[in-house]
Design a protein around this ligand. Sequence first.
Ligand code: P6P
Length: 335
Amino acid sequence: MPKNISLTRYLVEQQRIDGHIPPELRLLIEVVARACKGISQAVNKGALGDVMGTAGSENVQGEIQKKLDIIANEVLIEANEWGGHLAAMASEEMDSIYVVPNRYPQGEYLLMFDPLDGSSNIDVNVSIGTIFSVLKKAEGNHGVEESDFLQAGSSQVAAGYCVYGPQTTLVLTVGDGVAMFTLDREQGSFLLIEENVKIPDNTQEFAINMSNMRHWDEPVKRYIDECLQGKEGPRGKDFNMRWIASMVADVHRILCRGGVFLYPWDKREPEKAGKLRLMYEANPMSWLIEQAGGAATNGKQRILDLQPTKLHERVSVILGSKNEVERVTAYHSGL
Ligand code: P6P
């Protein structure tokens, strides 16, 4: 692969090749990437900057907000509101949508994000990340409301994440495969490190929070139990387990070497479909996984087919290597 292909050059060439990325969408992606560079700087400061610990407030999910959650949210809002490419934004950290103020031109795109996913890991220096998803507002709609965001994940026009780990790496799809870019801090640019990322259909590595085992439904208990039986059991092979408690980091590992990630419904809060959020966690991650040849379901349906009814809707998530996701899904159908 040629060296030194910047994100900008990649997007311009993609736009030139197949017109897949209209200029406004290219601008949006570049602005989000620039915001992620700023978030990466703040994350990297750690205890040396006033960015650690809690902000003393709760988000719409009822979770304690970390200072960096709020910083990351503000960076994304300020970076994107003036460009003229967006009509509105939605964030895990904000109860309702953020409509672009009248002092700026409004565009046709809708941007959703989890500004800092995995924030329980911030204070212990473990990888965290920003997840984003882009939709288009329906043609002709004047103004913008929450209902404009309630589109199935299959309607996304761009999706990705930026993982703040040993490297700061941006992972992106616009529907033509998955590309990865690592931040070169000397140049201040994201440089292409991988395109056409592919996940193996099979794996021997699963990611789940095992402490919740007693709360799982029977199909998930059966799947994990068979993995734990190893080569003496029905799977005929040993499995490894990973759980970083940062979806961005777990999904990045799966995109790099395969695996299956499960955050299933459980009995702790039976009225909730799951812990993870559909619009700005499950949908973007599911599109990336499918674009890399994997699969993503809620145990019963393809995640990207789900029709959202609420902005902060939760969902059960099983995603990764295709054959493993299909097996877990089959178990949910009693097969
Ligand atoms: P648990 C982080 O808070 C998150 O939303 C995902 O990034 C992660 O996969 C999951 O929750 C971790 O949840 O219950 O294991 O702490």
